[in-house]
Design a protein around this ligand. Sequence first.
Ligand SMILES: Cc1ncc(COP(=O)(O)O)c(C=O)c1O
Length: 390
Amino acid sequence: MNFEELKAKDKQYIANTYARFDVWIQSGKNAACRDESGKEYIDFGSGIGVNVLGYCNPGWVEAVTKQLSALQHTSNLYYTEPAVALAEKLCKATGYRKVFFANSGAEANEGMIKAARKYSFDRYGEGRSTIISLQNSFHGRTVTTLSATGQDHYHEFFFPFTGGFVFAPMNDIEALKASADETTCAVMVELIQGEGGVMAADVEFIQQVRKFCDERDLLLLIDEVQTGVGHTGHFLASEAFGVKGDITSLAKGLGGGLPIGAVLLSEKTESVLSYGDHGSTFGANPVVCAGANYVVDQILQKGFLEEVQKKGLYIRDKLSQLEAVEELSGLGLMIGILPKEKKAGELANECLKQGLLILTAKNKLRMLPPLTISYEEIDRGLAVLESVLK
Ligand SMILES: Cc1ncc(COP(=O)(O)O)c(C=O)c1O
């Protein structure tokens, strides 16, 4: 099949929900991938923050294939070792107490929302279930996570949406407090709004939210689907903000390229979900967990996250010298680039032609490269970006 035939069949047989870039990716190694003609691209997007160890990391491939040959799946009615090992690792790395495994970011957030509402129901009974979410947030594509998303255009067509979400502006603690009432049970935040344009919350604001939650026994729900698992140079971005959530959701990078979501439950919330309250056929799949164990082991190795921070600073330093860059945002290797004049979408398409895959978010270019990207790969990608920005 040639590329034109592939595109035609894609259009014919796959629901047309994605505006794809004009490229057919066939293989990859670390931060570089190839199309059907053999042309190489540096990938600054890592499949939207997923391939944290790059394409086809040999250790990860070995961990996954070894598990695949032993046991590909069994139901959650039985014990398996990879999920237990992963849960233990995540708890020890983050200070959370228990993990519920799901298959995606939206599912992890669904679990987080359910756990928050159940916590409140168990303590206070009915009528205390409203969650304050932030304007401009993004929490997923299921009906409930769309409802939790603070952007109006996600609240079209799919009525009726799940009730019980109100929205407060980021970085305005008084407005957030004013949006709380006796029905409120939780506050849900992204510490850096990824899809919303790589917009970091102020540390002080997040700490004030934490304090407010403690005063009212509201749960702080932190969506670390995009910020978690190393991209900010910390295992959890919350470490950089000096707070711990009552529940945190993870997904994307955790599996290193296989679908996983995780709900991290703290001391306060660890016992909220009990038999029958929640479940998932594929959640805690042994192959996916074997890959995730490898990812977490690598990221927690001494010096790994410091190296992520150094690479982040290196990239920021180079980008900040470019005349065509108006502003940089984000943390570590989660980077937003506001171009001075040109449109982000047009720039991303031009980058593609010149051999660079880069993401956009609102009016910005967005980088979420693999954490293992080499300096040589960074320089090659930045050279393209620089010439396109000019
Ligand atoms: C912060 C955040 N939450 C949730 C999601 C949804 O994750 P998924 O697409 O895996 O359902 C995303 C995806 O971009 C995200 O960035």
